[in-house]
Design a protein around this ligand. Structure first.
Ligand code: CP3
Length: 348
């Protein structure tokens, strides 16, 4: 039995009318809350995610404190990679570092497969705990997209320009497509298990794919994304796409069998729709503005809401994740503002 009361987010994701604009924030869990910071003093990210009770608490905290319309599972896009034999460590102040990077076809062939029940039972247990007992809003499951995962696997860690990744993609295209095959298989299996456990929507983070031009996206990425979304579509849950600095790819995403186009702060929602986006949209307050005075935040949020609400199928979010130094009170106030302002406009 899946317990849930507030389905505003799910209806907006399907393009339906809602009484208020639903809101959640990328990286809402595990950033600025003092309760989370105290936990993080004791445990690493992976240690938290391996403890379902604790991980569920961290996931639910922002929903309780901010009154958001959806929860996103606390874990990383790197979480499924150890199952494939990728040796990943999250280094403080750096990010994910991989000690056995992909350099050849042979490295790709060595990658294993994921069996979610065996490899990441704690992820499924956390989802069950949240969705069967604790949450009154939908839980968003997620995965990193193959390009973004491959960028870490090839570079060996975070990168500015993705030079090695792009060179590998062009010079070793057979190995590249073999890697995309493995990562898309993994993504489909992993995401389906999250849905089976109770996730009610899925966001695919292709955070760094904006580094590619449109032609390369069409050749090297789009067929893989098409395969993933086509397979996930059978599950009948809303599918959301997101990437940073990827406005030039927005129409490519729109072509894919998905429900919601996530926008960062670079492209106004009005312009995205003028380009031909008719699907639901999610976004797109610049997360940096959360460090500005409230008057600045409110004015910008209003402007974004006015554009978003011009059509049904709109979800308020940031253009990327919450920064660690944002005051939780600001997020609480922003959620209340989005709810109140949108409810007053939509009831007219
Ligand atoms: C860049 C990076 C990654 N992973 C990590 C980094 C560097 C540090 C950082 O940014 O916090 C490591 C990481 N990831 C996460 C943590 C714990 C929380 C924290 O201290 O920030 C840590 C230390 C949670 C997470 N990491 C992620 C989530 C889920 C997404 C969400 O909550 O919206 C969480 C809880 C997802 C993630 N993880 C990564 C990407 C590209 C994404 C997609 C979203 C994005 O573009 O920011 C890779």
């Amino acid at each position: 039995m899946v317990k849930m009361i507030n389905d505003t987010f799910l209806r907006a994701a399907k393009g339906e009318k809602t009484e208020h604009v639903p809101v959640w924030y990328m990286r809402q869990a595990g950033r600025s809350q003092p309760e989370y910071r105290a936990i993080k003093e004791k445990y690493t990210l992976f240690e938290i995610t391996h403890q379902p009770e604790l991980c569920a608490y961290v996931t639910k905290l922002p929903v309780d404190q901010y009154n958001n319309d959806a929860a996103i599972l606390y874990k990383d896009i790197m979480s499924p990679l150890p199952a494939l034999g990728v040796e990943v460590e999250i280094k403080s102040g750096i990010g994910p570092v991989i000690s056995n990077p992909i350099r050849s076809v042979a490295d790709v062939e060595k990658l294993g497969e994921i069996n979610p029940e065996e490899d990441v039972p704690y992820v499924l247990d956390t989802i069950k705990l949240l969705t069967q007992e604790q949450l009154e809003v939908p839980l968003i499951g997620f995965a990193g997209a193959p390009f973004t995962l491959a960028s870490y696997m090839i570079e060996g860690g975070p990168s500015k320009n993705y030079n090695k990744t792009k060179a590998f993609m062009h010079a070793e295209s057979k190995a590249w497509f073999a890697l995309m095959d493995k990562l898309s298989e993994m993504t489909i299996t992993y995401v389906k298990a999250q849905i089976k456990a109770g996730a009610r929507a899925i966001q695919i983070f292709d955070s760094w794919v904006g580094a590619l031009n449109v032609e390369d996206y069409r050749i090297f990425i789009k067929p893989t994304m098409n395969r993933i979304f086509s397979a996930l579509r059978e599950e009948n849950v809303p599918l959301i796409m997101f990437g940073v600095g990827a406005s030039h790819l927005a129409m490519e995403w729109h072509d894919l069998p998905l429900d919601v186009v996530g926008l960062d702060w670079r492209l106004p929602i009005k312009e995205a729709r003028e380009r031909g986006i008719t699907k639901a949209v999610q976004g797109n307050l610049d997360p940096a503005l959360l460090l500005a005075p409230w008057e600045v935040i409110e004015a910008k949020a209003k402007e974004i809401l006015d554009q978003g609400m011009e059509r049904p199928g709109y979800i308020f979010n940031l253009g990327h994740g919450v920064f660690p130094d944002v005051n939780p009170e600001t997020l609480k106030r922003l959620t209340a503002f989005v709810h109140e302002y949108s409810a007053s406009k939509l009831s007219k």
